[in-house]
Write a protein that binds this ligand. Structure first.
Ligand code: FAD
Length: 478
């Protein structure tokens, strides 16, 4: 019997778990996937938005600006990559300059600090590869870029260190309420709890329907991306947007915190809530539109493409509330962009709500800090040599593209809530994220996993479920 069950181990569920773990509470996060960060949180633009885009006075605007402000301190506390690189919204048409000014006004009203409208010359000086058609741009110095995987993993690990349990491969298939207790029927056990937080992303509408007469329609709005090689990672230094449309913020060109260049997304409404395949049409649209803001983007340096699904609710607003007709059930629904940015603020808002509802008291021994996986590339040559002397697995390079050592992979597996799949390792230490996209390192990473997890290679998956990599020994079939 739990006090709180959080459904969904994306950035939102994990942020709620981390903030809730400040209190004396028996809480558990459950997810149908095999790891944290397996839904929308793993496939987005990774931008920490400044906050000029959301409608003035909306909850989305408030949480965006607060989340942006919290991100810097949080990245230090929980040790994940974050950089305030600033953003530009580029205007290429003189007639549209008033729209840029309207964005500036909205941003100022939302409380975004440091906004400036730049002239053509100023923009070109700041970003030489901006299109020659530029008329002006809105500059937001507070915008940033983050590693969505490490942000989420850090939140989860810290929540876990403070007592929150995690159950994976656990899908909620029905919820009933008896005598003020929620009974969550999953694909395995039945779990009882006093409070439920619905942070199930694109599936939050279905979870909500188990307990309420009111219906929410969540449309998966797919966004396709290209990820470009690190050799062109500095093609722009700021995050470059075009003027937004009713479908979103347009095609973005941005550096990533790991040194790649990201181009995307599209915005295509689909039916399938698991439909994260890219399409030829989507990728062609990116190629067509990328030049609107940045000239000559070296798109042929693409190393992979992927897509993510926005949980678009018709009102385009974050819905965070206790249900009127189902007390103790809290929706965190419609968390589309800027959900990643807002997550730290959403976490606080929901934890405050639960504290008040359940009269929770603060934990005396809350652990506020978490140390991430050691990245030997941040060490000096002397420090690195010393590390290898102490532990020679740090001298065994497994992923040659990203220069990831065996020591880092072992840490990714052994730490609490450690990696159990190839993608889990990739999200934690980037083995397989480079130019060859795991072509060379997969067999070597698999060998480490076999040894560390004590399971046969045939049981290791790419991303849980039946995504097995090795089907058997080749000579067995002869
Ligand atoms: C194309 C695109 C670009 C974006 N760009 C940005 C950006 O640059 N900046 C920004 O701030 N935001 C951005 N966002 C938004 C951001 O990615 C999301 O708001 C955020 O990741 C949502 O997190 P979440 O935890 O709500 O959802 P998710 O990460 O999807 O997590 C929900 C979890 O619930 C689990 N779940 C679902 N159903 C069940 C069930 N029945 N039982 C158990 N578990 C279940 C899923 O497995 C999943 O792990 C973007 C989104 C997209 C799609």
């Amino acid at each position: 019997m739990y006090d709180v069950i959080i459904i969904g181990a994306g950035v939102v569920g994990c942020a709620v778990a981390r903030e809730l773990s400040r209190y004396e509470v028996k809480a558990c996060v459950i997810d149908k996937c095999e790891d944290v960060c397996s839904g929308t949180t793993k496939a987005n633009s990774a931008i920490v938005h400044a906050g000029y885009d959301a409608a003035e006075g909306s909850l989305m605007a408030k949480l965006n600006v607060k989340g942006n402000q919290l991100m810097g301190e949080l990245s230090k506390e929980l040790d994940f990559p974050f950089k305030r690189n600033g953003s530009l919204v580029v205007c290429v048409n003189k007639e549209e300059m008033p729209r840029l000014e309207a964005l500036y006004e909205r941003g100022a009203a939302n409380g975004v600090k440091g906004l400036q409208i730049l002239s053509k010359e100023e923009v070109k000086k700041m970003e030489p590869n901006i299109t020659d058609e530029v008329e002006g741009a809105l500059y937001a110095p507070s915008a940033g870029i983050v590693c969505p995987f490490n942000l989420t993993i850090a939140l989860a690990e810290n929540a876990n260190a403070n007592g929150v349990e995690f159950k994976f491969n656990t899908e909620v298939i029905d919820i009933t309420k008896k005598n003020d207790i929620y009974q969550l029927q999953t694909n395995g056990e039945m779990i009882e709890t006093k409070y439920v937080v619905n942070a199930a992303g694109v599936h939050a509408g279905e979870i909500h329907s188990f307990v309420s007469r009111k219906k929410y329609k969540i449309t998966p709005r797919r966004g396709d991306y290209f990820l470009l090689d690190k050799s062109v990672g500095d093609y722009v230094s700021k995050t470059i947007f075009t003027l937004p449309t009713k479908f979103g913020k347009g095609v973005v060109v941005a550096p990533t915190v790991h040194g790649n260049l990201i181009v995307g997304p599209t915005a295509i409404d689909i039916e399938d809530k698991e439909g994260t395949n890219t399409t030829k049409e989507g990728l062609e649209e990116l190629i067509k539109k990328v030049g609107i803001s940045v000239k000559g983007v070296p798109i042929k340096q693409v190393i992979t493409s992927f897509s993510g699904l926005r949980a678009h609710e018709e009102g385009h607003e974050f819905i965070i509330e206790e249900l009127e007709d189902s007390k103790g059930f809290i929706n965190v629904l419609g968390i589309e962009s800027p959900g990643l940015t807002s997550a730290p603020a959403i976490g606080i808002m929901v934890a405050d709500l639960l504290r008040d509802l359940n009269h929770l008291s603060k934990k005396e021994n809350f652990i506020s800090k978490r140390k991430g996986i050691l990245d030997p590339s941040t060490l000096t040559m002397e420090e690195r040599n010393e590390l290898i002397q102490k532990n020679n697995t740090y001298g065994n390079i497994i992923c040659r593209c990203e220069m990831i050592s065996e020591g880092e992979i072992i840490d990714a597996i052994r730490r609490p809530l450690g990696a159990r799949s190839l993608d889990g390792i990739k999200r934690r230490v980037r083995a397989g994220s480079g130019r060859c996209q795991a072509g060379f390192c997969t067999p070597r990473t698999l060998e480490i996993m076999v040894r560390e997890l004590g399971i046969p290679m045939e049981e290791i998956t790419k991303s849980g479920g039946k995504s097995y990599i090795v089907m058997g020994h080749s000579k067995e079939t002869i």
